[in-house]
Write a protein that binds this ligand. Structure first.
Ligand SMILES: Nc1ncnc2c1ncn2[C@@H]1O[C@H](COP(=O)(O)OP(=O)(O)OP(=O)(O)O)[C@@H](O)[C@H]1O
Length: 565
């Protein structure tokens, strides 16, 4: 039966067939995988926030905190600043030439080159704070650390890229002054590209340390002089974008690599960075920033600071009466799902922190979503989920879709089933163009991953099936829809996954397939986070709507089943 016929045609009954779960969730032993390569870090299972001390009182954004919720926050040990965010309306854009932003002609020209007509709410809120802090900080030690929470796709990257470039543009000597840490290589590359774009036309140099290149190569790219120890270190870059593990490698083994000149320390996807040890990166970076520079020895063996040691932070340590108070590194945390765990934030020793929270759809709950996102869910039998995915592809005309599964293995097998199904659908029977499905996972060779992404961006792939590799932070314009094939285990995972679409004011749709055993958990998770009711709409296919798709689906299932026999 053709899919198009089947929509109104009758089902001829179900043949005996392999259960899709047996195929999709089977162990790896029969897997016909390409050559194994070192995997890229997958997004680990998110740690659930919201138990005991970690649970944040639910403040209504409109009404503001009541006396009761304030008391509750105090009782739970939540600091005042965390319980009282500065709330920004997501519609509060600002014109590029708005005087509060004080943007230079250079940055305005780069915005124009990027097609940016106005600044998004998070940018309009954060840029003036950072600009003012750095002008005033030279006179007064009043710089505040920032924690910024804003919906996915709301433009958080430029909220730190623009002010950092503005601040460093006028520097004379190259020093490592801005450190930007991200949890994965792909995200680090993406942010490096944003810096590179805004630094074009300036002398500023941007470095990347993710482990993509060998350690010696990275060392030479970052530190021009590794010969003898220099009190002030040595740097070939002003801005370093890195992953935490590689940063620790450089701190441990790159001569003259130093953080003593830092002015900005950005943690993007901060909740993920704070949620994992990454070789104890956090205390190591803190120790390195706070360490006094190593004095050089003069010819008489006395310790004197070499001229380069007169850094902002070493002045107070080395120059006695001439000492000025040490400048501080400004810490900037960004995430769509910023941790509200006071214990985790306390590890950062934030100074006079300011918490900026940009609203979105679902304001009032802990998580905010892009206002341009439409969310749906469909309750279906566990062993028919692939068929329901095919139904969504067909009925919702999903093109430029990303489908998230719970594991690499599940992604691999699901991709095989849907690919095989697409191949058995006779030409002409599918409304619109041919469906092309591809797998995108961390255990594919990097070249194959890059090629798949290229084809997806060119619109030659209709659906990418993947695990959580690109669930967080990845900014891909072409994603028009997200499918949660497996229900996310935590609300933050749901937020990041669905946030791959509906970015930068574009429309997008998110679909979640909820198998009966997960229905209770899914509904509870949504309700507990104030994201039920009008937020999601149920998809209920008309009777027999799936019948017409079943024949080819079962044929595909059987074919794939044979591979694993
Ligand atoms: N002012 C602007 N005008 C138009 N487009 C913008 C503007 N600012 C950012 N963008 C675009 O919006 C998209 C999303 O931005 P960005 O990746 O910074 O989002 P994000 O808030 O970091 O999302 P996530 O939480 O998912 O990481 C990017 O493609 C970016 O180029």
């Amino acid at each position: 039966m053709e899919p198009s016929q089947g929509r109104d045609g009758a089902d001829t009954g179900r043949r005996k067939r392999s259960k899709p779960d047996d195929i999709i969730a089977k162990k790896d032993r029969h897997s016909k995988r390409p050559e194994q390569v070192a995997p890229v870090a997958e997004e680990p299972a998110e740690e659930e926030e919201g138990h005991g001390l970690e649970r944040f009182p639910d403040f209504s954004q409109e009404a503001g905190p009541t006396q009761e919720t304030m008391l509750e926050a105090a009782r739970m040990g939540i600091p005042h600043w965390l319980a009282h965010p500065t709330t920004i309306d997501c519609e509060a854009h600002a014109a590029i030439d708005d005087a509060r932003l004080a943007l230079s002609a250079h940055v305005r020209a780069r915005c124009e080159a990027a097609g940016i007509e106005s600044l998004f709410a998070v940018q309009a809120a954060v840029i003036p704070v950072l600009r003012a802090a750095h002008t005033a900080a030279r006179l007064r030690q009043h710089m505040r650390d920032l924690c910024v929470s804003a919906p996915t796709g709301s433009g958080k990257t430029l909220a730190f890229v623009v002010p950092i470039v503005e601040q460093l543009r006028a520097r004379v000597v190259v020093r490592l002054r801005a450190l930007v840490v991200l949890p994965t290589k792909d995200l680090a590359r993406q942010v490096r590209d944003s810096f590179a774009f805004f630094c074009t036309g300036t002398d500023l140099r941007v470095g990347l340390a993710t482990g993509d290149a060998s350690l010696p190569r990275e060392q030479h790219a970052l530190v021009p002089d590794m010969g003898s120890p220099l009190a002030g270190g040595s740097s070939a870059v002003d801005i370093l974008v890195c992953t935490p593990g590689r940063l620790v490698d450089h701190l441990a083994s790159t001569p003259n690599f130093t953080l003593q000149h830092l002015e900005f320390w950005v943690m993007d996807e901060a909740d993920r960075l704070l949620g994992e040890a990454y070789q104890e990166w956090l205390p190591k970076v803190q120790a390195s920033i706070e360490a006094a520079p190593v004095p050089s020895l003069d010819e008489h063996g006395g310790a004197i600071p070499r001229p380069d040691a007169c850094t902002r932070r070493s002045r107070s340590a080395g120059l006695g009466a001439l000492a000025r108070p040490a400048a501080r590194v400004q810490k900037l945390l960004f995430s769509a799902t910023l941790t509200q765990n006071p214990a985790k934030l306390a590890r950062l020793r934030l100074a006079r922190p300011l918490y900026i929270s940009v609203t979105g759809k679902g304001a009032g709950g802990t998580y905010a979503f892009p206002p341009t996102l439409d969310e749906f869910y469909a309750t279906c039998p566990q062993d028919e989920k692939p068929l329901w995915l095919i139904y969504l592809l067909w009925e919702r005309r999903i093109r430029g879709g990303v489908c998230f599964t719970k594991s690499l293995e599940a992604a691999h097998r699901l991709a095989q089933v849907v690919q095989t199904w697409a191949a058995v659908v006779p030409d002409g029977s599918w409304p619109g163009e041919k469906i092309v499905v591809a797998e995108y996972s961390s255990d594919l060779p990097p070249a194959q991953r890059a090629q798949t992404m290229r084809l997806f961006k060119q619109g030659k792939i209709s659906l990418l099936v993947c695990s959580d590799l690109i669930a967080r932070g990845m900014d891909i314009d072409q994603i028009a829809a997200v499918v949660n094939y497996d229900v996310p285990t935590h609300m933050s995972q749901y937020t990041h996954r669905v946030g791959r679409t509906a970015r930068a004011g574009r429309h997008g749709a998110a679909y979640t397939l909820v198998a009966a055993p997960q229905a209770f958990h899914f509904k509870k998770m949504m309700k507990d986070n104030g994201h039920w009711g009008g937020c999601l709409r149920a998809i209920v296919p008309p009777k027999d709507a799936l019948a017409g798709l079943r024949q080819q689906y079962e044929a595909a299932l059987e074919k794939v089943g044979k591979v694993y026999e």
